[in-house]
Design a protein around this ligand. Structure first.
Ligand SMILES: [Zn+2]
Length: 330
């Protein structure tokens, strides 16, 4: 049986990590609640609801907790980001030079987003295949798709690429423009000036920039409306992005050339692993919705984070959550 000293010791050691995770769980749950209750009839609702149980139970003996691995979960997304940095940074740092390439096309309305994502994927595949088979230029790096919620009910889907050769980057840009023109018959869909190539001075910063969330909202949506009307718009748009990505089976990330998904280094990425344990030990704590904290079987609260900062930052979402949960328990 697990004795109290071991339990106490591991708790002390993990306190900072627990508090950080507590804040993250609070925020990500609010975001999931917003998706669930604001969007209401999304086909992804069951998945949003299920993912509320991400990190619900923490098992100290197995150092594990079950996580949801969903893109709308900021806990899982930041773990993914940490893993990406661990996987790719050593390889990217070995390159003499690195370039951050942004390839964009015009913003689109809601109904055109699925086709836009399909076009981007197909154009990328066509360009890389052509190089691999015919040109065999030095072309190594990683690629990430990002979709920004833009003004006027539009979506801006674009690619961020980190690569090691300036010549090939220029060639990539010209191919991107050529393919869009050929596909749409319109040279304004992807225009020369909107594409960007810049030299990277810090590989780690560039990698962090690249591995950010796939769906981003412009801050103005959140800040301008005190009554939360704009937030409704934002949540519905985020939901639409998740739907399009899932339905179109769109790959948001890939590596190419000599950049490989190496095994993660042995060093511990985080205090808690996210593998599902075969069975939970008796040394567990589970999340209590009302107090936004984990409680052990003895009723002891694990986190000491007062969540003041988080509640302030996500004020309108928190109020919405409180109102909704109250209604549910009435
Ligand atoms: Zn998760």
């Amino acid at each position: 049986m697990q004795n109290k000293t071991t339990s106490k010791h591991s708790k002390d050691k993990n306190q900072e990590a627990i508090n950080k995770l507590q804040g993250k769980k609070f925020v990500t749950d609010l975001n999931k609640w917003a998706l669930l209750t604001i969007v209401k009839n999304s086909p992804l609702n069951t998945k949003y609801r299920k993912s509320l149980s991400c990190m619900h139970t923490i098992d100290f003996d197995h150092k594990s907790a079950i996580s949801c691995h969903r893109r709308w979960c900021s806990i899982c997304e930041s773990k993914k980001m940490a893993k990406m940095i661990d996987k790719y940074l050593p390889q990217l740092e070995q390159k003499n030079k690195l370039y951050f390439v942004t390839l964009t096309a015009q913003t689109v309305g809601k109904n055109k987003l699925p086709q836009r994502l399909k076009d981007i994927s197909e154009i990328w595949r066509a360009i890389t295949k052509y190089n691999r088979i015919h040109l065999k230029q030095q072309f190594n790096g990683i690629r990430k798709l990002e979709i920004t919620i833009a003004e006027n009910n539009k979506y801006h889907a674009h690619l961020h690429i980190l690569m090691d050769n300036h010549e090939t980057a220029l060639w990539l840009k010209s191919q991107w423009l050529k393919h869009w023109k050929k596909r749409t018959g319109n040279s304004r869909i992807a225009n020369y000036k909107a594409q960007d190539i810049r030299k990277v001075t810090n590989a780690a910063d560039a990698l962090i920039e690249l591995s950010k969330y796939v769906a981003k909202a412009l801050n103005l949506d959140r800040e301008t409306d005190k009554k939360g009307a704009k937030i409704i718009v934002t949540e519905q748009k985020k939901d639409w992005i998740y739907q399009c990505l899932m339905k179109g089976k769109i790959r948001t990330f890939s590596h190419f050339g000599d950049i490989k998904a190496t095994k993660i280094l042995a060093k511990e990425l985080d205090q808690l692993e996210t593998k599902k344990p075969k069975s939970f030990s008796s040394n567990t704590a589970s999340w209590q919705k009302g107090v936004h904290n984990w409680a052990s079987k003895e009723g002891e609260l694990l986190g000491t984070n007062d969540l003041k900062k988080e509640k302030e930052l996500f004020k309108s979402q928190y109020e919405h959550y409180e109102k909704t949960t109250k209604k549910e328990t009435d």
